[in-house]
Design a protein around this ligand. Structure first.
Ligand code: G3P
Length: 215
């Protein structure tokens, strides 16, 4: 199982969380990546943790003021990027452009989707993985794997119909080892999470509990 920790724009110390995530990853043997704000990519990558961008723009080098150039994320130490997160929704053409930019820069990709139809559409673009995240459950107290398990199983089926080599991750409300275990039981190959760790007083104990059933 892959644990992708999206720090969004939460008021947290990305380096301290990265150091903890790397320690838990090494101790447990669980793959954990951290996606900080782009300005903190390099300092997070310097901790040795697997580091991801939260988004890259569908552009190449050139006059693109304010863009998030994939090559810059890679140069800062990112090895992957999220695309089309529900808080950074893109048009299908721009998701495709973002995938091409990520591929050009050597970044692994997880493309987010709200429902099974969107899962099929983005899977057709050929990402390394698709993440199902029902927006209504994001940031909440109930995890997608318990509040709406069918959305996970439907997403896995939908992506399998397009390309059964593309793994499906799930996110929204994930915060415990039980949530992760349930997600795996529903066919997910990983989880995305944010507030359960970014807003925690003790991120290390949250992460240790999170990976306990899968390590
Ligand atoms: O990218 C993962 C994120 O959207 C999930 O948020 O706070 O429900 O873990 P959260």
């Amino acid at each position: 199982m892959f644990v992708l920790l999206n720090l969004k724009a939460y008021d947290c110390d990305p380096v301290a969380i990265a150091e903890v995530a790397q320690e838990v990853s090494e101790d447990s043997g669980t793959r954990i990546a951290v996606a900080p704000q782009s300005a903190r990519l390099e300092s997070v990558a310097d901790t040795g943790v697997e580091t991801w961008a939260q988004h890259v723009s569908p552009v190449d080098h050139g006059s693109h003021t304010g863009s998030a150039l994939a090559e810059s994320a890679a140069a800062a130490g990112a090895s992957g990027t999220l695309l089309n997160h529900s808080e950074k929704r893109r048009r299908l053409a721009d998701i495709d452009g973002g995938l091409q930019a990520a591929e050009r820069a050597g970044l692994e990709t997880v493309v987010c989707a709200n429902n099974r139809e969107q899962c099929k559409a983005v899977a057709a673009l050929g990402p390394e993985a698709v993440a199902i995240e029902p927006p209504a459950l994001i940031g909440g107290q109930q995890s997608v794997s318990t509040a709406d398990p069918d959305v996970v199983t439907e997403a896995v089926k939908a992506v399998d119909e397009i390309d059964d080599s593309i793994p499906v991750l799930c996110g929204a409300g994930i915060s415990t080892g039980e949530d992760v275990e349930s997600a795996r039981g529903l066919g997910a190959s990983g989880v995305l999470l944010a507030s359960g760790v970014a807003k925690a007083d003790e991120p290390e104990s949250i992460l240790q509990d999170l990976v306990a059933p899968i390590s």
